[in-house]
Design a protein. Structure first.
Length: 370
């Protein structure tokens, strides 16, 4: 194999596909990036057999061939090459020569025929959303997935086509729920799949926030495929039945407030200055008339702040982990937020009908706050 490619195209390819290289593996071939120039296109690929990514980059193929190169070594070399230069890659057997200007690297590769290619999946079910929409809906829900795999379903997100023209994405971790909905531009059959959070996080890093460019999403029995630009991402789905989110989201409330999002967020952010990472001290919300008083007391000190709100219903005193509330507020674009409460022991809902709903469970607190 012999090819010429610009450093910018090469580093773009490495940055994209390296997201599917496992950090640890007992199979050395999985720790490689495959360069496939066996046809008229230069394909770069990585695959940990749960998540696979392929991207095509422009360059000149002088001799066709295929090689697998250790991802860490190759990536480090490419990043250290001078900017603005073309790069030549040439193989002789499993020996790889990388040239850029007066720089020459000789490293070992592996037989590309041993590399696991992306699986072919059934493409009979597909839907299209813009790159901007997909990136936005992932970013504004993904923070609520569970970080460990004690319950694997919680490490993924529910992608659900509802009522033929709505895509709803939901995530939960046992302390909160995030739900986002977008209207689709055409009708599709209803469908539910659970996509791993790792897949969605990596996709969100690759996508351009373009409202014009589309992502073609194919949903099969065991895999999901995302195609956008010259990049293809294939992921295994998480098997099982997702939680009944509708059952968890209540429309009952006894207290409703409307509050400035940025003022609320800034106040909570200030409160976290007094909270250690391992600290479980809640911030206390006292809602009376048109006032919201926020209090926090920790070993580091205390803070009290009052914010103006529009209130309907009963007074209430309720405690929350401030970071959970902050995550929800950061995912909302509205200038004002509607928050609904039922009781001090029931979840709070930050909701905009038809667009988003964030549920945050309260934290018990000692009576000395009263």
């Amino acid at each position: 194999m012999k090819l010429n490619i610009s450093k910018s195209n090469l580093i773009n390819a490495v940055n994209i596909v390296s997201k599917a290289v496992p950090s640890k593996t007992s199979l050395p071939i999985l720790g490689c990036i495959l360069i496939d120039a066996s046809t008229e296109k230069i394909k770069f690929m990585a695959n940990d057999e749960e998540l696979g990514i392929e991207t095509i980059q422009e360059g000149s193929i002088l001799e066709h061939g295929i090689i697998a190169i250790d991802a860490a070594i190759f990536g480090n070399i490419v990043r250290k090459l001078p900017d603005g230069c073309d790069v030549s890659l040439e193989t002789e057997g499993e020996k790889v020569t990388i040239r850029s200007g007066k720089i020459v690297f000789n490293i070992s590769g592996m037989d590309g025929s041993d590399f696991p290619y992306l699986p072919e999946i059934d493409r009979s079910y597909s839907l299209d959303v813009s790159e901007l929409t997909l990136r936005d809906i992932i970013i504004k829900t993904i923070f609520a997935i569970a970080s460990n795999d004690a319950n694997q379903i919680m490490t993924g997100e529910l992608f659900e086509v509802r009522n033929r023209e709505q895509l709803r994405v939901a995530a939960l971790d046992g302390h909160r729920i995030s739900v986002r909905s977008v209207e689709l531009k055409q009708a599709y059959d209803d469908k539910k799949v659970i996509i791993p959070g790792k897949t969605l996080m990596e996709i969100s890093k690759i996508l351009d926030p373009s409202p014009e460019e589309m992502v073609h999403i194919y949903l099969a029995d065991k895999h999901a495929m995302f195609q956008f630009g010259t990049t293809t991402v294939v992921s295994r789905l998480i098997e099982g039945e997702y939680f009944n989110v509708d059952q968890m989201i209540s429309s009952d409330f006894k207290t409703h407030i409307r509050i400035g999002r940025q003022a609320f967020l800034s106040c909570l952010d200030r409160a976290t200055l007094l909270v250690h990472e391992e600290d479980k001290k809640p911030i206390i919300l006292k809602i009376t008339d048109d006032n919201l008083e926020l209090q926090i007391r920790t070993a580091l000190g205390s803070m009290d702040e009052n914010l103006s709100v529009e209130k309907d219903g009963d007074d209430i005193v309720i405690g929350f982990n401030p970071r959970l509330m902050i995550d929800a507020l950061r995912a909302i674009d509205d200038d004002e937020v509607d928050v609904y409460f039922l009781s001090p022991r029931a979840p709070a809902f930050l909701r905009n009908e038809g667009s988003y709903c964030y549920l945050v469970l309260p934290v018990n607190f000692i009576s000395s706050y009263d």
